[in-house]
Design a protein around this ligand. Structure first.
Ligand code: KG4
Ligand code: ZN
Length: 336
């Protein structure tokens, strides 16, 4: 089955074609650069960029896959969570195509898409597993009992980790998006003397909180002279990164232990963090856990992961009606 995936939930305009739920024939992602100067995604600008770029990106995805629209057999589109204006653009395209081509389409939860990046990368991977989705908008710890059967164990109570990376990067005068900048800079710190607080929350909680950490870094930096700030930047970045990663890894492992699951999978843009990958691969083997991490292009927002989740649901004869709406606050365990 040839499935077309469409993803426009935030600031990436993405279209992909996949075959048989596993083979990526094309995976085109346009990351909107217009938000750079605002240090965050401006919703209205994001919608306008999606409108401008979605059709050329659709054409590129079809050309790269060497298929025509007539050969597409199903369409999968992100219907939430995300920015409502942005979601509506992908959704309108999907509905228009499905109606004119007389093929089924299905609305996909963006977080389910992130989970499916793992099934796309590792076709033999099968649940049960624990998935940690860490991105600019989410940090969600999920028990994947089976494909399509999810239980949320914990989520962020305030900032998502990517959001904290982006805000701390601004405090340190680095480039947006902050995650890759902090990741790179922290590698030039040779000591680990600067330590920031870790918020583990109540005993037994799998929720996360990163806004206090972000404030702790801002207060620390505000007390430094310009020269001190310049000298200490790499180690501030490293101390901050370690504080985030320590909490993520500890709760991830604890969840696997508590639910007696041997497979753990990472997803979302922050999954590209080199220290997080390093620490997880080192400690998962010690703990006897199998770690799965998709390649970088499948971790950040893309449409191949949406098409993969769509293929799964379409194969089960599930589809959406043309009345389907966009859901900005859609939770993973909510049906649409
Ligand atoms: O999944 P994604 O592309 O979009 C959302 O759904 O949010 O994630 C983007 C986030 C940004 O906040 C970016 O700073 C972060 O992922 N990110 C990283 C790294 N690469 C991207 N954070 C830490 N380390 C990285 N190497
Ligand atoms: Zn995402």
């Amino acid at each position: 089955m040839l499935v077309l995936g469409i993803e426009t939930s935030c600031d990436e305009t993405a279209v992909a074609v996949i075959g048989n739920g596993q083979k990526i024939l094309s995976n085109v992602v346009f990351s909107q650069w217009v938000h750079k100067r605002y240090w965050g995604v401006v919703p209205e600008l994001a919608s306008r960029e999606h409108i401008k770029t979605i059709l050329p990106i659709l054409k590129t995805a079809l050309d790269e896959a060497k298929v025509t629209l007539k050969e597409i057999e199903g369409i999968a589109v992100t219907c939430g969570p995300g920015l409502v204006g942005s979601l509506l653009i992908g959704l309108s395209l999907a509905k228009g195509l499905a109606y004119s081509l007389k093929i089924p389409f299905i609305g996909i939860n963006h977080l389910e898409g992130h989970i499916f990046a793992n099934f796309l990368e590792y076709p033999d991977l099968s649940p049960p597993l624990i998935c940690l989705i860490v991105s600019g908008g989410h940090s969600t710890l999920v028990y994947v009992k089976d494909k399509g059967d999810y239980r949320i164990l914990g989520r962020t109570r305030d900032d998502a980790p990517g959001e904290a990376f982006d805000k701390v990067a601004r405090v340190l005068d680095l480039e947006y998006p902050g995650g890759p900048s902090i990741d790179k800079l922290s590698q030039s710190c040779k000591s680990s003397k600067i330590r920031f607080p870790r918020a583990y929350l109540e005993e037994g909680s799998f929720d996360f909180s990163f806004s206090g950490l972000k404030t702790a870094v801002a207060i620390y930096v505000s007390k430094l002279s310009i020269k001190e700030k310049e000298e200490q930047k790499p180690c501030i970045a490293k101390g901050f990164q370690e504080a985030i990663v320590d909490v993520l890894v500890e709760k991830f492992f604890k969840a696997a232990l508590e639910l007696k699951v041997k497979k753990i999978a990472l997803a979302g843009g922050v999954a590209n963090n080199s220290y997080l990958r390093q620490k997880l691969s080192l400690e998962s083997s010690k703990e006897g856990l199998e770690l799965y991490v998709p390649s970088p292009i499948l971790c950040t927002d893309n449409a191949a992961m949406i098409a993969a989740a769509g293929d799964f649901h379409l194969q089960r004869k599930e589809s959406s009606s043309l009345n389907l709406n966009a859901f900005p606050h859609l939770s993973l365990d909510q049906k649409v």
